[in-house]
Design a protein around this ligand. Structure first.
Ligand SMILES: [Zn+2]
Length: 100
């Protein structure tokens, strides 16, 4: 079992997420702010595919779990925390809805 992020199945799921999120103007599921679609892909507010269940804690098929749109920075900050645990560390007024 591979956990390579270059895996075709993962890349396709990520591409579908980005297309769907961009078409619906979805906000980052972690902070609720708009995604910077045209930003440098390495910038903090560029789009990122955040795993609803962190890859690090969800076993060999974790890479292929459900993806949610987020900023690179928010995804990085969340790390391997659950979405709920991460949001609990954020200021109350910064909490997004979990629905996008
Ligand atoms: Zn964010």
């Amino acid at each position: 079992m591979t956990t390579e992020r270059t895996h075709r199945r993962y890349r396709e799921a990520k591409a579908r997420l980005f297309a769907r999120a961009r078409a619906t103007d979805a906000a980052c599921h972690l902070c609720g702010e708009p995604i910077a679609w045209d930003a440098d892909p390495n910038s903090n507010y560029a789009p990122s595919a955040d795993h609803a269940d962190a890859v690090a804690t969800s076993g060999p098929n974790g890479l292929f779990g459900r993806l949610l749109i987020s900023h690179r920075l928010c995804n990085s900050r969340r790390g391997s925390k659950t979405v709920e645990d991460y949001l609990a560390t954020q200021p109350q007024d910064a909490r997004p809805t979990l629905v996008w």
